[in-house]
Design a binder for this molecule. Structure first.
Ligand code: TRP
Length: 440
C-alpha cells in the first residue's frame, strides 16, 4: 500500500476506515475479553454496566476525541504533542510514554500466553496454567509476541499497522460472533445472563464500583497513554473525529459485552465459579475446554480471538513508544522503534520470569502483577490525568475545538471540551484516590 504523504511529510492513514480500524484494534484487547467479564461480574453485573456507560460517555469519549484532535493538530506523538502544547510540558509527555512502555512490557507477556494457549491444545500439550507457568513457555512466547509486534510496526503505518488492523478486525468479529452464538446455546446461558445483567443497585452506592468502572473504561479504550494522540497524528484533516470516536467507543463496548456472553455461559455450563478473577480465562476456561465436546476446536478459536485482540493493542503501545522517542531525539521512526527492543525485552523478561521455574517475585508478588497494578491500574489513571490537564487546561482551546468541529457537530465539540475540562480531571482524581485507598 502506498504511503500518502501529508503537508508535513508525515504518513497518514490511507482512509478514515484505516484510522478507525487501527484505533479499534488498540482499544479492543485483553481488557475487553479477559478483564471486562470478571470486573463486571464482581461489581454488580447490570448495575456495573450503568456505571461503565457513565464513565465511557462522560469521560472516556471526550478524552479520546480530544487526544486524537491534539495529535492531529500537532502532528507528533505524545512527547512532541506535549511539547507543542507548551515546551515545559515535555516531562508529562515523557511520563505518559514511560508508563505506556511499562504496560507494553507485561502486556506482551500476556499476549504471549494467548499465543501459547492457542498452540498448546492442538499440539496436545498440557494447557493448565500450572504447566504453563512452571515451564519456560512464558519467556518463549513473550519473545514471539514481541517479534511479531515489532514486525508489524516496522512495516510502517500503512503497510504494517493499518493493513494488520484491517485484516485482523473482521476475523475477530467473525470469531466472536460465532463463539457468542455457540455459547448462548449452552445450558448455562440463563444463569450467565442473570449474572452479567442482574442489576444490583446497592453496588452503585459503593465508591469501589465507580472506581472500577472508570479504571476499566480508561484501560479498555486505551486513553491517557498517548496512543490516540499518536494515531490521531496520522489522521487526515478532513475526517470527522467525533464520528470516528463514537465508532471506536461503540465497537469497544460491544466487543466487551459479547466477551461476557461467551465467557460466562462456558463457566456456568460446566459448573465453575465465575468469581475466579484474573485466572478466569487462563485457569478456569482451559479446564472447561478440556471437558467439552470439540473443546480443542472451541478453545483454539477462543485463544485465537484473544491473541488477535491483544496483538493489535500491543502494536499501538509500541507505535506510541517509538514515536515518542522519535519526537524527543529527532530520529527516524524505524530507528527509534528498534532502539526500544532491548529495554523492552529486558523489562518484559522480568514479568515472563515471574511465571516460569524462576518464579521471580518482588515483595512476595509476581513482577507481572506488580507492574499491572502500578502501570496498568494506577498508571493509566495518572496518564489520563496528565493528558487531560495538558489538553484541556494548557492546550489552545480554539485550535483543538476546531479540529473536532470540522466535519462534526459544533455544539458537541464545545460540550465535549467542557466535559474534558471540568469533569474528566476531577473524576480521574477521585478514581485515583479510591483505587489507591483500596490497594494500600
Ligand atoms: N485497550 C487495550 C485493552 O483493552 C489495551 C491498551 C492499548 C491500552 N492501548 C492502551 C491500555 C493504552 C492502556 C493504555 O486491552
Amino acid at each position: 500500500m502506498a504511503k500518502t504523504p501529508d503537508p508535513v511529510g508525515r504518513a497518514t492513514w490511507s482512509s478514515n476506515l484505516g484510522f478507525v480500524a487501527a484505533a479499534v484494534g488498540s482499544a479492543v484487547g485483553l481488557g475487553n475479553i479477559w478483564r471486562f467479564p470478571y470486573i463486571a461480574g464482581e461489581n454488580g453485573g447490570g448495575s456495573f454496566l450503568l456505571a461503565y456507560a457513565v464513565a465511557i460517555f462522560l469521560c472516556g469519549l471526550p478524552l479520546l476525541v480530544f487526544e486524537v484532535a491534539a495529535g492531529r493538530q500537532y502532528r507528533r506523538g505524545i512527547l512532541g504533542t506535549a511539547k507543542g502544547i507548551r515546551p515545559s510540558l515535555w516531562f508529562l509527555g515523557a511520563g505518559v510514554a514511560i508508563i505506556g512502555f511499562i504496560i507494553l512490557s507485561y502486556y506482551l507477556v500476556v499476549t504471549g500466553w494467548t499465543f501459547g494457549y492457542l498452540l498448546s491444545s492442538p499440539l496436545g500439550l498440557d494447557t493448565s496454567f500450572d504447566a504453563f507457568g512452571s515451564s519456560w513457555r512464558s519467556l518463549v512466547f513473550f519473545g514471539l509476541a514481541t517479534g511479531l509486534s515489532f514486525t508489524i510496526v516496522l512495516l510502517g503505518v500503512n503497510s504494517g499497522i493499518e493493513r494488520a488492523s484491517k485484516a485482523l478486525l473482521p476475523l475477530l468479529v467473525v470469531i466472536i460472533s460465532l463463539m457468542a452464538g455457540y455459547a448462548l446455546t449452552l445450558p448455562g446461558r440463563s444463569e450467565a445472563l442473570a449474572f452479567m445483567l442482574r442489576p444490583d443497585y446497592s453496588q452503585l452506592l459503593l465508591s469501589e464500583t465507580w472506581a472500577n468502572a472508570f479504571g476499566q473504561a480508561f484501560f479498555s479504550l486505551g486513553v491517557g497513554m498517548g496512543v490516540l494522540v499518536t494515531y490521531g497524528s496520522y489522521q487526515k484533516r478532513g475526517a470527522s473525529i467525533s464520528k470516528s470516536g463514537i465508532a471506536i467507543v461503540g465497537a469497544d463496548s460491544i466487543i466487551a459485552l459479547l466477551s461476557g456472553l461467551i465467557v460466562f455461559p462456558l463457566v456456568f455450563s460446566f459448573g465453575y465459579s465465575p468469581a475466579a478473577g484474573p485466572q478466569l480465562v487462563f485457569e478456569t476456561l482451559p479446564e472447561v475446554f478440556q471437558q467439552m465436546h470439540l473443546g480443542v476446536l472451541v478453545g483454539s478459536l477462543f485463544y485465537l480471538l484473544l491473541f488477535i485482540a491483544a496483538i493489535t493493542s500491543a502494536v499501538s503501545l509500541l507505535e506510541m513508544a517509538g514515536t515518542a522517542l522519535s519526537d524527543g531525539l529527532g530520529w527516524p521512526r524505524i530507528k527509534s522503534t528498534l532502539v526500544t527492543l532491548g529495554p523492552l525485552l529486558a523489562l518484559g523478561s522480568l514479568s515472563a520470569l515471574s511465571y516460569s521455574p524462576v518464579d521471580l517475585r518482588l515483595f512476595g508478588n509476581p513482577v507481572l502483577n506488580i507492574l499491572d497494578t502500578a502501570a496498568g491500574t494506577i498508571g493509566v489513571l495518572v496518564g489520563g490525568l496528565f493528558t487531560s490537564i495538558a489538553i484541556f487546561w494548557m492546550g489552545k482551546t480554539e485550535l483543538l475545538i476546531d479540529q473536532v468541529r470540522n466535519n462534526g457537530d459544533a455544539r458537541w465539540a464545545t460540550f465535549g471540551f467542557l466535559l474534558g475540562k471540568y469533569v474528566v480531571p476531577p473524576a480521574l482524581m477521585l478514581t485515583l484516590i479510591f483505587t489507591a485507598a483500596r490497594l494500600f
